[in-house]
Design a protein around this ligand. Structure first.
Ligand code: DQA
Length: 145
């Protein structure tokens, strides 16, 4: 049995009601169900969300300490949190997979969203495909783990 951590940053707890024109009408529980249904036999998908930068960082330490792959939507932290980037780098430096995902395509939006301080240390990036961004990331990490 192995686990994949699916970490979500600030404001993603409001999926479903937050800007449905951008993020759709499905919520985090729908994401949890989708990923659990998509996970291969023997893989547990642990979907978490926090608005707290420190908590997100501590979950990345947990991934390093327990040796699990990470799918992360850092939300707005993507664009400016060097602290999150440094913690995410610990994951990939430990030889673990870390896929950065986004529901929307940040490059097609406001200029401040065009910068990701996380992408350079991520294993890969998937953006703009709605919840399929997570599903494709899960497919990759469960094949590569
Ligand atoms: C997001 C894109 C970010 O720019 C934004 O701050 C989010 C969500 C996405 O999934 O499309 O909160 O990461």
């Amino acid at each position: 049995m192995s686990t994949v951590l699916v970490l979500n940053g600030p404001n993603l707890g409001r999926l479903g009601s937050r800007e449905p024109d951008v993020y759709g009408s499905a919520n985090l529980e729908d994401l949890r169900l989708l990923l659990s249904a998509s996970a291969p036999e023997g893989v547990t998908v642990d979907v978490r969300q926090t608005d707290d930068e420190a908590e997100l960082i501590h979950w990345l330490y947990e991934a390093v300490d327990t040796g699990v792959a990470v799918i992360i939507n850092p939300a707005a932290f993507t664009h400016y949190s060097y602290a999150l980037r440094d913690a995410a780098a610990l994951v990939t430096k430990a030889g673990l997979l870390l896929i950065e995902v986004h529901i929307s395509n940040p490059h097609a939006r406001e200029t401040f969203r065009h910068t990701s301080v996380v992408s350079a240390i991520a294993t890969g990036v998937i953006a703009g495909l709605g919840f399929d961004s997570y599903r494709l990331a899960l497919d990759y990490v469960t094949r590569e783990r």
